[in-house]
Design a protein around this ligand. Structure first.
Ligand SMILES: *[C@@H]1O[C@H](CO)[C@@H](O)[C@H](O)[C@H]1NC(C)=O
Ligand SMILES: *[C@@H]1O[C@H](CO)[C@@H](O)[C@H](O)[C@H]1NC(C)=O
Ligand SMILES: *[C@@H]1O[C@H](CO)[C@@H](O)[C@H](O)[C@H]1NC(C)=O
Length: 601
């Protein structure tokens, strides 16, 4: 029953939005067909035509008018058009009530008469509710208990061995070779490395004398580096090596005998992981000779230059080469007392956030580029780079609303997508997987459960390149794919993977348990011709109302000799849902929809 209601509602929303477009489209068709030389023009000149049509059809006369007059003219046309649409819909309503003169069956008429909840409310509620359950997408893989308290949690992406390994590796060993390692770090510097299935593959000590305060891993699969920073500003980098394990004769035999891959995974690790100290370096002191507390740490390897970046509490980013030489100290904020809250490193760029300011770290010029978004009025509290579109940045504001920005040349910014306020609540942290943003709400509130939420980013794809830089697109419908609460966590990590499900890891609040989960989201790619993206509703419901409305108009046009509406003079013949007429209607509405979205033709 609910499904039917939603179905009908969707259709009526469609009618409200689409029918007018359709009316306009039909009108234009009549005009252009007449102009194309079919003889008598059934198209009234002037008010009903768009200015662009005028310009196109009368190429010799280039009419000119000032901007305000043109805008007034356009608005007047919209009013006229709306009045006609209202009249038409009232006509239809009258006909429905009287039951006379209806060109379609009673069951169809019933669908239009049925009372449904107010669509404005319904749409708002539906937008905030998840469309699916987390269990459809999220699988718990393993829980790793720890006797000692863990503090940090990171994923280290590994090269895909299938593409880089020699021919000697069999397909079975390639599939069981991990695509990432989970890195856990204790405050005393103890490190443990796990495979995604939860198997301990290596443990070592980073050798800090002071408590570890920051941890970073290299973002690129080309190198496996781990950097740790302690409260004395000492940074130690370790190089991790991952090789296929040489098997003993016995092991080889056992493996060969076991055909089942799942079983062979339990026969011991396939990988030989080792770690070696690479360098120890010291974060430089400030001008006053004092050491500033390091508040964020990142490793970067862009092009040929490899750096360790340490953001501090005074808002500076210390740029150190991998051998420990201080290359630069970059100011990120003009505001005193604002520290570098986060550094987010991807293989192509590094993003910083200092208070509400954020932008890119340019490691060639050794400067930061602030990004200012004219349409964004909130305060950024979290910023990450999108996993799929390198120019896209996901930002959360202080109330927890998630925004997706398209950033051109690392400076110019437009809003690709803004989720409805209330969709997510702050404080929220974000991670990006292909096509979706994964948010964790309520992190850092002791004792409080957190809420993991998946937001659908698919609707940004269609908007790219349209809309002006200061325009905010309407919030997408059905944005929340799933939501799942879980006990309070201390830290979390997300690893996007290409051929397998993405990995999520959560460290329990007491630091003694790590849960690894696998996320299997399949991605919707927008067909290039689909401009219906703004409406998330059953297509068939759209079709019904549309076609019925059109039939009504046609019917009216035929029975009245005056043709005053100008809408009835289409081609003859019956319409049906699958017919050619319907297809052409759909095409026209797409055009109308695009024009509506773009503002101007
Ligand atoms: C792991 O690699 C190291 C360094 O190459 C080697 O010395 C060691 O024997 C290997 N261990 C195993 C079990 O393959
Ligand atoms: C460190 O590396 C830089 C280049 O990255 C080089 O110019 C410098 O000489 C190196 N210093 C040491 C002590 O190796
Ligand atoms: C994401 O949105 C797209 C477009 O609105 C939709 O087709 C797709 O089914 C959605 N994905 C999920 C998992 O809900």
């Amino acid at each position: 029953m609910m499904a039917l209601r939603r179905f009908l509602c969707g259709g009526l929303v469609a009618a409200a939005i689409l029918l007018p477009h359709f009316a306009a489209g039909s009108d234009e068709e009549v005009c252009s067909a007449a102009g194309g030389g079919s003889g008598v023009s059934s198209c009234r000149p002037g008010a009903r035509r768009m200015p662009l049509d005028n310009a196109a059809s009368s190429q010799t006369v280039h009419a000119k008018a000032d901007l305000i007059s043109q805008e007034v003219e356009e608005l007047t046309q919209i009013i006229t058009l709306s009045q006609e649409r209202i009249k038409l819909l009232e006509d239809l309503q009258g006909a429905l009530n009287s039951g006379k003169n209806l060109p379609f069956s009673e069951s169809h008429a019933k669908a239009l008469r049925e009372k449904v909840p107010l669509l404005s409310q319904l749409a708002a509620e539906a937008d905030l509710a998840p469309v699916a359950t987390a269990e459809d997408y999220l699988v718990s893989k393993t829980i790793i208990p720890s006797t000692e308290e863990l503090k940090f949690l990171k994923f280290m992406p590994l090269r895909n061995l299938r593409s880089s390994s020699s021919s000697s590796s069999s397909s079975s060993s390639a599939t069981s070779f991990p695509s990432a390692l989970l890195v856990t770090v204790r405050e005393d510097g103890g490190v443990r490395l796990f495979s995604p299935s939860g198997e301990l593959v290596h443990s070592f000590s980073t050798g800090h004398e002071q408590p570890v305060t920051q941890v970073a891993v290299s973002p690129s699969q080309d190198e496996y580096f781990l950097a740790t920073c302690d409260s004395a500003g000492v940074i130690r980098t370790h190089q991790v090596s991952v090789r296929s394990r040489r098997l003993s004769k016995n092991e080889k035999q056992t493996r060969r005998n076991s055909l089942d891959e799942k079983v062979s995974q339990h026969l011991g690790s396939m990988v030989n992981v080792t770690a070696q100290l690479h360098r120890e370096m010291q974060v430089p002191v400030d001008e006053d000779g004092e050491l500033r507390e390091v508040t964020s740490l990142a490793l970067s390897s862009q092009g040929g230059s490899k750096f360790v970046l340490a953001g501090d509490v005074s808002g500076k980013i210390n740029v150190l080469t991998r051998n420990g030489t201080v290359r630069a100290r970059i100011d990120t904020s003009a505001m005193p007392g604002v520290g570098v809250d986060s550094l987010f490193s991807s293989p192509s760029s590094v993003l910083f956030r200092s208070g509400a300011e954020w932008g890119y770290v340019d490691l060639e010029k050794l400067e930061v580029k602030h990004v200012e978004c004219p349409a964004f009025h909130g305060r950024a509290t979290y910023a990450v780079l999108d996993a799929q579109v390198s120019s896209r940045v996901l930002v959360a504001d202080e109330v927890g609303t998630v925004w997706a920005f398209g950033v051109k040349s690392k400076r110019e910014c437009k809003v690709d997508l803004r989720f409805a306020s209330g969709t997510t609540k702050g404080p929220i942290e974000l991670a990006s997987v292909r096509g979706f943003a994964i948010g964790l709400e309520g992190l850092g509130v002791p004792g409080q459960p957190v809420s993991l939420v998946a937001l659908n980013l698919s609707q940004t794809a269609k908007r790219q390149g349209s809309a002006a830089s200061d325009a905010v697109p309407p919030p997408p419908a059905n944005a929340v794919v799933w939501r799942r609460t879980r006990p309070s966590v201390r830290a979390w990590a997300v690893q996007r993977r290409t051929k397998e499900g993405d990995l999520l890891a959560f460290l329990s609040e007491d630091g003694r348990e790590v849960e690894i989960m696998e996320l299997l989201m399949h991605v919707y790619t927008a067909p290039p011709t689909d401009s219906f993206g703004n409406f998330k509703m059953p297509m068939i419901a759209v079709a019904i109302v549309l076609v019925l409305g059109y039939q009504y108009m046609k019917h009216k046009g035929k029975s009245s000799s005056s043709r005053s509406s100008g809408l009835g003079s289409g081609s003859g013949g019956k319409l049906d849902l699958a017919g050619e007429d319907f297809a052409s209607l759909m095409r026209k509405k797409k055009l109308a929809g695009l024009r509506g979205a773009g503002g101007k033709p």
